[in-house]
Design a protein around this ligand. Structure first.
Ligand SMILES: *Cc1c(COP(=O)(O)O)cnc(C)c1O
Length: 379
């Protein structure tokens, strides 16, 4: 029996040596390596400003703070996402207004968005599910019509393209948030990045990632000595370390190659399953390029198949348990299990298969063979 975990980060001696170098430099916290990582990251995407943070959750939090979110404001969030996307809205005592998804892409349904807008709506957080960009032009149009901000949750979308442009560089977007969590397509263990074209937003996020301390004041009053600083906001402690950044710089060098590997695996799955009527393959719209962070198929007896695959040494996962099903969100905001019929149906049938660069063709064959066997045996 093989043992194929659901995910494995691609780490080589390059990453290990880079982290050791950062440690030897004597500068462990946020410093020159962080600046280098931020620069290389925005160069890669063609973004204007980039601010590194210790998670995508931190990036989303400070993005909402940068746009000035207030108590009782409403933010539209798809229900099919990781809890962080809605959680950050609650930090402000604001309301995450959940939205249903499209049955084919599993992305936020733009037809539903407009129905949810009220005089209190301040922003939309589209999530590029599995790496496939949302209908951004339509979302920007709605945002313009109702004067809303757009914060992209791009935790899955590195690298992904919308109409030929990298997610993270779209000119109508306010702020885009990336994750470098252990399971993501570029990993620094823990980490995140906010990109934006807006200098004000970048400045606010930078100040708030380190206690609301203003560097401007530092520069202005440098005659007072290097000990001087001013606190201009109620900030957070969301900075990264140079060890994380060193890991990020190395991972970024192979990002393109890792994406190609995932694409090859995705094409193998597609080829293997395309003629099986019991397996629904992921659907990618023509003008999008997905990172293939996740490869999600839909099958009828999903729970049973997960258990059987586990017995065969194959790790899988489910993305996501919709937010409206979680007790906290039901108790606080009144959501019910039966809300959002599309997301519920998608959730019942979805199965995320292993997809990462170190998988071999033999691994993929083994997964394919066993899934076909299980699916064909079932009714
Ligand atoms: C992973 C993830 C996040 C959170 O990322 P962290 O870096 O762990 O904070 C947010 N949104 C989505 C959709 C995610 O998958």
């Amino acid at each position: 029996m093989r043992n194929i975990p659901f995910h494995k980060t691609y780490i080589t001696d390059n990453e290990i040596n880079a982290v050791v170098e950062a440690m030897k430099s004597g500068w462990l916290t946020m410093g020159p390596k962080t600046v280098e990582f931020e620069e290389k990251f925005r160069e890669y995407l063609g973004a204007k400003y980039s601010v590194s943070l210790n998670s995508a959750t931190a990036a989303l939090h400070l993005a909402l703070k940068a746009i000035g979110l207030q108590r009782d404001d409403e933010v539209i969030v798809p229900t099919n996402t990781f809890i962080a996307t809605a959680e950050v809205v609650t930090y402000f005592d604001a309301i995450p207004v959940l939205c249903d998804i499209e049955v084919d892409t599993h992305n936020i349904d733009i037809i539903q968005i407009e129905k949810l807008i009220t005089s209190k709506t301040k922003a939309i957080i589209p999530v590029h599910f599995a790496g496939q960009p949302c209908d951004m032009d339509e979302i920007f149009e709605i945002a313009k019509k109702y004067n809303l901000k757009v914060i992209e949750d791009a935790a899955h979308a590195l690298p992904s393209k919308y109409k030929g442009q990298y997610i993270g560089s779209l000119k109508n977007s306010d702020i885009t948030c990336f994750s470098f969590y252990a399971t993501k397509t570029l990993s620094t263990g823990e980490g995140g990045m906010a990109t934006t074209l807006n200098e004000e937003y970048a400045k606010k996020i930078k100040i708030n990632r380190l206690h609301g301390i203003s560097k401007d004041a530092w520069d202005r009053y440098s005659s007072k000595g290097s000990w001087y600083y001013e606190v201009v906001d109620n900030g957070n402690k969301y900075n990264t370390t140079d060890m994380n950044a060193a890991l990020g710089v190395e991972q970024l060098k192979k990002l393109e190659w890792m994406a190609q590997k995932r694409n090859q695996i995705a094409q193998m799955y597609i080829e293997a399953f395309k003629n099986n009527i019991k397996i629904e393959l992921p659907y990618v719209k023509e003008d999008r390029e997905t990172s293939w962070h996740l490869f999600v198929i839909k099958i009828n007896n999903r729970n049973e198949i997960i258990e059987n695959l586990k017995d065969m040494g194959i790790g899988t996962s489910v993305h996501f348990i919709p937010i409206h099903k979680h007790p906290y969100y039901q108790e606080r905001f009144g959501y019910r299990n039966g809300d959002y019929p599309i997301a519920n149906k998608v959730f019942e049938e979805s199965l995320s298969l292993p997809i990462y660069p170190s998988m071999s063709t033999t691994d993929v064959d083994y997964i394919v063979r066993n899934i076909l066997k299980l699916v064909n045996e079932s009714n």
